[in-house]
Design a protein around this ligand. Structure first.
Ligand code: GLN
Length: 251
């Protein structure tokens, strides 16, 4: 029986809008396929080694929570997380977690939080926040798919050399409200501003992450078995119709 270990980093500090739901979605779609899943909570004071986990998840947090975990992430777990990312461990990081993988996060008053620097992006906060239900587009197997999300951030993120945008913005602001892109992709690591039920709403991304992790662990010929997405597709279609009819807000 296959087994995946999901490492949930800082679940007590970075869990805005139910970001933990992404871990539940990964578990659920793996377990429905008969794959055993273990979830490890990895916060300040917890130990983790490269090789311990197959998928890492880091959620979003407020600036104050990012300030609390920044030291641990940069100075205690930093080297291990960087090694994991370089070795192709699958990571999904959301908002604050995504920002913290980059070089730095500058608050709107100029205070700078030095971040991990595992990825080359940087983030600068403005006073006004981007708060929207969002629609993005990804291309998978040559097909363009609409992805539903929700963003709430004051940070504007600018990608660096060597990382690619994760998705294209169809509605909302994405990374910075300027370049039309959302999130980042480097090796098997993904960053996004989409909070909450990102994976529950978008099973194509859940399955992509599971597939990457299983191929890495059990060989590149591993094929993830088919599993219905009917209920999620119906929910996403309705959400997208609603979002398409709503104005884009810039607070
Ligand atoms: N503090 C960050 C920002 O506002 C992240 C917030 C979040 O995770 N929602 O940009």
């Amino acid at each position: 029986m296959e087994k995946l270990v999901i490492g949930h980093f800082y679940p007590d500090l970075l869990n805005l809008y139910g970001d933990r739901g992404n871990v539940l979605a990964l578990m659920r779609r793996a377990e429905l396929r008969g794959i055993e899943v273990e979830v490890r909570r990895i916060s300040i004071g917890d130990d983790v080694k490269n090789g311990d986990i197959d998928i890492g998840f880091i959620g979003g947090g407020q600036d104050s929570e990012q300030n609390i975990m920044a030291h641990d992430m940069k100075n205690v777990k930093g080297e291990v997380i960087k090694q994991m990312i370089e070795d192709g461990v699958v990571f999904l990081t959301v908002c604050g977690g995504y920002q913290m993988l980059g070089k730095y996060y500058e608050e709107h008053d100029g205070t700078r939080i030095e971040c991990l620097g595992a990825l080359p992006h940087y983030t600068k906060a403005e006073k006004n926040r981007f708060i929207n239900d969002t629609i993005y587009e990804i291309e998978t197997d040559g097909k363009k798919i609409k992805v539903a999300g929700f963003e709430n951030h004051s940070g504007r993120t600018f990608l660096g050399e060597g990382e690619q945008p994760f998705m294209k913005v169809l509605k909302g602001h994405g990374n910075n409200g300027q370049d039309g892109f959302e999130g980042a992709h480097y090796k098997n690591t993904y960053g996004t501003y989409s909070h909450g039920s990102f994976l529950p709403k978008n099973p194509v991304i859940t399955d992509m992450l599971l597939s990457l992790a299983l191929k890495r662990k059990y060989g590149k010929d591993y094929i993830l078995s088919e599993l219905s997405t009917e209920a999620e597709d119906l929910a996403r279609k309705q959400a997208i119709e609603y979002i398409e009819g709503s104005p884009t807000v810039h607070e």
